[in-house]
Design a protein around this ligand. Sequence first.
Ligand SMILES: NC(=O)C[C@H](N)C(=O)O
Length: 329
Amino acid sequence: MKKLLVLATGGTIASTHQRGGLAPGLTIDQLAQYFHHNQDVSVDFKVLMNKDSTNMQPEDWVVMARAIDENQNAYDGFIMTHGTDTMAYTASALSYLLHDIKKTVVITGSQVPVSFKKTDARKNIRDALTFAHQADIPGVFIAFDGKAIQGTRAVKMRTKSYDAFESVNFPYIAAIGEFGAQITFRPEPEKTVFRKHLGVCPDVFLLKAFPGLAPQFFDYLQDHIKGLIIESFGNGGLPFLTRDLVSGIEKLVQKGIPVIITTQCLEEGQNMDLYEVGKRVADAGGITAGDMNTEAIVAKLMWVLSQTTDPSEIRRMIQTPLAHDLDYI
Ligand SMILES: NC(=O)C[C@H](N)C(=O)O
C-alpha cells in the first residue's frame, strides 16, 4: 500500500470568509475530510503553516523542504496544499532545495475554497492524489485543473479561472482526471552536479525594465542587494542611450553583484547575441538565463547565493540546467 503525506500550508483552498476577507481558516481535520481516496493508499496529514501564499517568505520554503526531506523514507509521495499566488515560486524553490528527491511531490490549491459549493478544489485534490499515487516520476510538480506541470516551469497566468497555471517553455507532464494520470511527457533523468543544500538567501531584487527607467536606481541597489534579476525587453536588450542602464549593470558586476538577465516575453527565451542592445548587456557582465521562468530564476538565485558569492560560480550554477528549469542559454 502506498503511503502519502499531505502537508497543509494555507491558501484559498483552506480559506473561509473572515472579517477581513477570505483567509485560511480550515483546521487540518476539516481539510482532510475532502481527501477521498481508495483503500490502497494511506494518507497522513500535517500542518506546516496556515498562510495566504501572498504572505509566504523564502524561509517558509526551507521549512517545507525540511518537512519533505525528513519524511522522504517514510512516505512514497507528498502532496502540499498551497495558495496559488506564489505557488509557482514555491514549486521552483522546492525543485532546487529538493533536487535530489527520489519521490513525487505534488503541490495543489484552488481558485475557490474547498468548502464552497462550486469549487475547483475538490477536483484538484483528487487529481493531486491520483498523480502522487500513480506517477512514478521523482521531482516537484503542480497539479492544477487536470494537468501536471514541472515545478520550475509553472507560471500563474489567471487570477480567477480554474486553469490558473500554464507550463511555459516546457511540455505538460500529465493529463489527470477520473481516468487516472496519463503521462504525456516524461522528462529525462538529469545528471546533476549539485550538492544538496537546504538554504536560501533572500537578498535579491527583481527589476522590470520599462522605457524611462532611471539608471540612478542602480546606485541604491548596489548597497542593498546580493543579486539582481532584470526582466529586459525582447531578446535580453536594455537601453544604452540617454538613460544608460548598461553602464549601471557594469558597475554592479564590478562590485561583485551578479546581474541575471531574463525577458519580459514569457515564451521562447532570449538570444542576447542577436542585437547590439543585447550584446552590450552581455559584454557588461549580464548573465543570460536562457528560457527559464522569472519565478524559477528568483528561487534559483536565492538558493545559489546562499552557497556562494563567487561570480563565476554563480554564473555556472544559474546556467546549469537543474530540475528541468532550462533548455537553452
Ligand atoms: N487562489 C489562491 O490560493 C489565492 C490566495 N490569495 C493565495 O495565494 O493563498
